[in-house]
Design a binder for this molecule. Structure first.
Ligand SMILES: *Cc1c(COP(=O)(O)O)cnc(C)c1O
Length: 389
């Protein structure tokens, strides 16, 4: 017994031991030269990981929801119109956040497991003018991915700022912020960026910075105000200390190390490794004749998979059996179908071996729950997928 479970949920995820080692190093002053250097490197590193050399990074203590909140607080003024493209729970959350700041919000909601069609987005953008549009690259409640590049073309031609919630995608799914014309991408530390929870990361492009800069009213959230954080980010990137609110010193140092590892792997290699993990999961689901929340396998994300429980399987008992097998997976999140499915995260350092171990446990536990399957069927399909690459 290794005395630990394999953590396969869509965040927080397992992180590289050397990242944990940095996390566990003695806490330094936020003006210590070593910390200034690691903060500076983290700021430079996230520009590269988001493929956004022209954008302004913000690294702030908080979770992904704070990153969503910061984008909304800084870009929306009371009365501004925003369009939310929703493929699940986190799209709905974005509509809530934007209305707190007085935004007038329209929401395009996909059917559960579906995408919002591009024609529908274009139709909405043609009908009204929106200051900003939000899009969730991968909605963690449905496992549905959206086509960011295609949406960015539409928002670009209709002159609305595009904010991408990349919390379950940046560092795993392909995302090219500058090349695609995304105005703001946000994420959190505990997903594909691969460090423990606690940091909100935003990459703000020139048009979004300009929209903030030309506001007529103050930002209605003190902690979230870009105006408070911009001088801090600029100072640390220039290797000088500066204070607004205490940075999460250990997390920033861990971030700097994790970004280094991501860039060492190489972004193209990382995108294709996540694609291989996603494809192996899709092959296994098909072989096991398991349904999933995404209604078309083409919509399924590479960073997580959302299989539906087969008829007759007790979801709660299945999750408990999985834990007894040493693999932690997550239950459902979308309120309308919560008890009908489960979620397997496979991002960041997830290896071929981790995925095969998880599939083996899924087969054992479905079998224990009375689902008729030939043990090894899904595993073999995943192995064939890996072997074919
Ligand atoms: C996890 C997640 C969030 C929320 O992040 P927290 O760190 O839990 O606040 C937002 N959007 C998406 C797509 C997510 O996966």
């Amino acid at each position: 017994m290794k005395g630990r479970n394999l953590l396969m949920i869509p965040g927080p995820i397992e992180v590289e031991p050397e990242v944990m080692q940095v996390m566990g190093s003695p806490t330094t002053s936020h003006v210590d030269p070593n910390f200034i250097e690691s903060f500076g490197q983290a700021l430079e590193g996230i520009r590269q990981v988001f493929l956004a050399p022209s954008s302004q990074p913000f690294i702030v203590a908080g979770s992904g929801t704070l990153a969503m909140d910061m984008a909304a607080a800084n870009l929306i003024e009371p009365g501004d119109r925003a369009l939310v493209i929703s493929t699940g729970y986190f799209g709905a959350r974005y509509a809530d956040i934007l209305s707190r700041y007085g935004g007038e919000i329209d929401v395009l909601t996909a059917p559960i497991g579906g995408r919002v069609p591009l024609e529908e987005i274009e139709g909405a953008l043609r009908e009204k003018s929106y200051k900003l549009t939000t899009l969730t690259q991968v909605d963690t409640s449905t496992g549905v991915s959206m086509e960011v590049a295609a949406v960015a073309e539409l928002t670009d031609s209709h002159e609305t700022l595009l904010v991408v919630d990349g919390v379950c995608s940046v560092g795993g799914e392909e995302l090219r912020q500058d090349e695609w014309g995304v105005d703001l991408t946000l994420t959190a530390s505990q997903k594909a960026i691969s460090i423990p929870p606690g940091l909100a990361l935003l990459m703000v492009g020139p048009r979004a910075m300009e929209a903030w800069n030309t506001r007529t009213q103050p930002v209605l959230n003190y902690y979230a105000d870009f105006g408070n954080w911009l001088p801090i980010m600029e100072a640390y990137e220039a290797r000088q200390a500066s204070y607004f609110a205490t940075p999460a010193v250990n997390l920033v140092a861990a971030l700097s190390r994790s970004l280094k590892l991501i860039l060492q792997e190489g972004l193209e290699a990382r995108f294709s490794r996540h694609h291989a993990l996603g494809s192996a999961m899709q092959a296994a689901l098909q072989a096991l004749e398991l349904d999933q929340v995404p209604i078309d396998p083409q919509y399924a994300a590479n960073t997580l998979t959302a299989p539906r429980f087969p008829e007759g399987v007790d979801g709660k008992a299945f999750l408990a059996d999985m834990k007894a097998e040493g693999v932690i997976v997550a239950g459902g999140l979308h309120p309308d179908i919560k008890s009908q499915y489960f979620r397997i995260g496979h991002m960041g350092p997830t290896s071929t071996g981790d995925l095969l171990q998880t599939l083996a446990a899924v087969e054992i536990c479905l079998h224990q729950q009375g689902y008729p399957l030939q043990l090894g069927t899904g595993l073999a399909a995943a192995q064939r997928e890996f072997a074919g690459r």
